[in-house]
Design a protein around this ligand. Structure first.
Ligand code: PEP
Length: 247
């Protein structure tokens, strides 16, 4: 089964209306490969604005989503709020949520479960720290994080996994295509053995970590890499080239 190529942008805590208008301008001008699914993760406060201005074919994701419907959770955003402003996606468990805000595997699993039950599509992120890679623990860490997610998935058709080695995020140190392909293939095997063969075959696994226009094509050419999750370069016009990496 062919997996549709997918490119996500993660704007993180960057931008204002003026700079966002410039991103909307280059994304609208494209041209974007119609065979690529594109989703941008924007700060919660701008989601309504971005959704109202971006072409409908481009999805908009929250960068986080709490695991309760509503209530006394100051500072959080609910799935209902995300849907209320016309957005469908949530990035969950990004390494900055894990490592700056201390989110655990268990919390991320609960967020995945709740977002899916609420009708959102999710991009859960996993990936090892540099010291974990150097200690030979890459697969152990990634499998543990993936299990915490997989145990909470009620509908795999609404899940796109992002493998983002933490040492490659925002550092300019991209994993080599060989390093990324090796982990992607191991993740797909894990899905086959622990979920089922159909989910392994159909679930998209994105690579994230310093993806740019210069390295996107060789990453996209790897058999188990189904697209990318892009931070810094998603704020720049080169994001269009990354979207078009398989053309
Ligand atoms: C990210 O934020 O998910 C990311 C991969 O960032 P960057 O592309 O800047 O490394």
């Amino acid at each position: 089964m062919a997996r549709k190529f997918f490119v996500g942008g993660n704007w993180k805590m960057n931008g204002n209306k003026e700079s966002i208008d410039k991103i909307i301008e280059f994304l609208t001008a494209g041209p974007l490969d119609p065979n690529c699914e594109v989703v941008v993760g924007c700060p919660a406060i701008y989601m309504d604005y971005v959704r109202s201005k971006l072409p409908a074919a481009i999805g908009v994701a929250a960068q986080n989503c709490y695991k309760a419907e509503k209530g006394a959770f100051t500072g959080e955003t609910s799935a209902a709020m995300i849907k209320d402003v016309g957005c469908e996606w949530a990035i969950l468990g990004h390494s900055e949520r894990r490592n700056v805000f201390g989110e655990s595997d268990q919390l991320i699993g609960e967020k995945v479960a709740f977002a899916l039950q609420s009708g959102l599509k999710v991009i859960p992120c996993i990936g090892e720290l540099l010291e974990e890679r150097e200690a030979g623990k890459t697969t152990e860490v990634c499998f543990r994080q993936l299990k915490a997610i997989a145990d909470n998935v009620s509908d795999w058709t609404r899940v796109v996994i992002a493998y983002e080695p933490v040492w490659a995020i925002g550092t300019g140190k991209t994993a080599t295509p060989e390093q990324a392909q090796e982990v992607h293939s191991q993740l797909r095997t894990w899905l086959a053995e622990n979920v089922n063969a159909q989910v392994a075959e159909s679930t998209r696994i994105l690579y994230g970590g310093s993806v740019t226009a210069a390295n996107c094509r060789e990453l996209a050419a790897c058999p188990d890499i189904d697209g990318s999750l892009v931070g810094g370069a998603s704020l720049k016009p080169e994001f269009v080239q990354i979207i078009n990496a398989t053309q």
